[in-house]
Design a protein around this ligand. Structure first.
Ligand code: ATP
Ligand code: MG
Length: 231
């Protein structure tokens, strides 16, 4: 279980997160929703260790990881795909995938095959510089790289943003496969409620740096959440 407990975070004066608590149970797919600027990315950065919380704690399987650097969280099984993908454009697709393995808990050769099994189309692009791929392909590469480490927890920040529909469908299918595998829990930031409703077990909705609604997808008040997401 990955858990944030009463986390405050800021970039300067005001608080970007205020008393935020979330849980990502083993094997679950949890969706984090909210309008632009409410703190979704800030929460993921705090969970991944890119940003230190001012108050509160981050727990990984019962261990207090609040002060752990990013690499230690990665070794413990946490993978993070940032908004905007965070791939290395000058490196080849293959090199990007291998870097993902370095960061995580696996170094065996089958991990690369596993990464390509997620998105087989990447197999024909291995020697290409990652920066020459389409936006959707880069997103697939970023997800494949994160998954190649066989994470226990995967943080995905708006993986469908600006991605063409055919690739959105491939990403959705891949997330469903990961979830069925049962090894990796996913915390998915997603603006589209319909996408979240199809995939997730549980959800959180944020507004202005706090969690304002959460629960099981089965019991979601759809119109209430839609109102919170509307501009
Ligand atoms: N690097 C930064 N420096 C200063 N303020 C920041 C920084 N990044 C984000 N913020 C501010 O923190 C708040 C939360 O931003 P965050 O990026 O977490 O929102 P978000 O929910 O991910 O939004 P979006 O849907 O646009 O991705 C916003 O008010 C934003 O302006
Ligand atoms: Mg964001």
């Amino acid at each position: 279980m990955l858990r944030a407990d009463a986390v405050d975070a800021s970039y300067g004066e005001g608080l970007a997160l205020s008393g935020v608590s979330v849980e990502l149970p083993a094997g679950a797919l949890v969706c984090l929703m909210g309008r632009n600027g409410v703190g979704k990315t800030t929460l993921l950065r705090t969970l991944a260790g890119v940003l230190r919380p001012r108050r509160g704690r981050v727990w990984l399987d019962g261990q207090d990881a609040t002060r752990w650097p990013t690499w230690r969280r990665a070794r413990a099984g946490l993978s993070y795909v940032p908004q905007g993908r965070g791939i290395f454009p000058q490196l080849t697709v293959r090199e990007n995938l291998l870097l993902g393995l370095e960061a995580g808990t696996r170094r065996d050769s089958t991990a690369l095959d596993d990464a390509l099994a997620t998105f087989p189309a990447l197999g024909s692009l291995l020697r290409q510089a990652a920066g020459t791929l389409s936006g959707g392909q880069q997103q697939q590469l970023a997800i494949a790289r994160a998954l190649a480490a066989r994470p226990r927890w995967l943080l995905l920040d708006e993986p469908t943003e600006g991605v063409q529909p055919s690739i959105v469908a491939e990403i959705e299918a891949a997330l469903i496969r990961v979830r069925k595998g049962g090894h990796t829990a996913i915390l998915l930031v997603e603006q589209y409620l319909a996408f979240a409703l199809r995939l997730a077990d549980r959800y959180y909705v944020m507004e202005r740096g706090t969690v304002v609604d959460h629960g099981a997808i089965a019991g979601i008040d759809r119109s209430g959440v839609e109102a919170r997401l509307a501009l």
